[in-house]
Design a protein around this ligand. Sequence first.
Ligand code: HOZ
Length: 432
Amino acid sequence: MNNRWPKSETLFQRGQAVIPGGVNSPVRAARAVGTIPLFISRAQGSKLFDVDGNSYIDYVGSWGPLILGHAHPRVVEAVKVAADKGTSFGAPTEAEIKLAEKIVALVPSIEMVRLVTSGTEATMSAIRLARAYCNRSLIIKFDGCYHGHGDSFLVKAGSGIATLGIPGSPGVPKEIVSLTLSLPYNDLDKVRETFKALGDQVAAVIVEPVAGNMGVVLPVPGFLEGLREETLRHHSLLIFDEVITGFRVAPGGAQERFRIKPDLTCLGKIIGGGLPVGAYGGKKEIMSFIAPEGPVYQAGTLSGNPLATAAGLAALDILSQKGIYEQLEEKASFFFEKLNQMAQAKGIPFITTRLGSMGSLFFSREEIRDYETVQQASSETYARFYREMRSRGVYLAPSAFEALFISLAHSQEDLEKTLAAADEVFDLLAGK
Ligand code: HOZ
């Protein structure tokens, strides 16, 4: 194996004896890109440092939330101050109300919000609520979208399920699977047909308004609008999973960019500045169904945890400043445009997708519009690109089915260094 990473290799071997696959989340094992995972010792700004002393310009950003970069001083300070006062109370705090108020003020459709501990918890709770509110059982999702690892969502899912090339997961009862209908992303006709046949049984449509877990796939014009119309017509709920897009593509998420108000929204790690947190929220009338106000049970000792809440408040405070999203757009458009130009000049089948500071690189000539077209892109070429970039000090997602994130911490120098590395790797791919 590669001798640039002897300590990571040793840790990986040691980890495999006590942790399944040596990792606590499958994609990070880097199997899909034919190498070993790097063990990280620390991170700062745009950089990750591994246990072997190598540094990397990071484009994973903890899978999205680190829009300010790693260890932002204000976020770190907020966590330190909070930690001094106690790490968990299992009792309410004023900071939770402040964070909820901030979310309600910024996300257009959220009138009331419940804080949880992860995006998975948010989506699981949101569909329970939708089922109770509508008194129906079916859920519509989309192929290649990933809504965490709740049983109902492991049907033709993206992220690790797509990376491992499996349709779902053993251990999920077929009775549960039969309540989830997975349709092709961006195919409104299929949605209409399904509603025509089963509309009175559909509790909710859940969608990543910009898919980020099969790589980034943008909604075609009219798709999200069509989902809104169909769900209203059939008295089903529309749930936006904005775990990735929330506070990433605009302060109010994709719903602000596309001007569509879902009934419920799921948010994730970004509202905790990278600490473990999630949230789901929406119309008061629906959220009032949650216990103790209503009958739908959902609970958690770490919900609204003081460290996560403090980090989230600090991060969202910075994100609400003027000009932040313009800066992100400028960095990302420069980066993606240059990459496209370079690949094109070298005749490499390559296409990028992007909205704001999230995007993906596909080794394909096909337009990317759904899970099928994503699968036509070459994962083998992505894997080689990943390995070559990593050995040049650039850290990308270890799977062709994930997103690339630009943060405020990426400097012009970082972007140019990355482009220079990509230029070399494109040459290798072109056989020069
Ligand atoms: N499935 C996660 C990203 N979409 C990866 C989580 C992780 O490995 O941390």
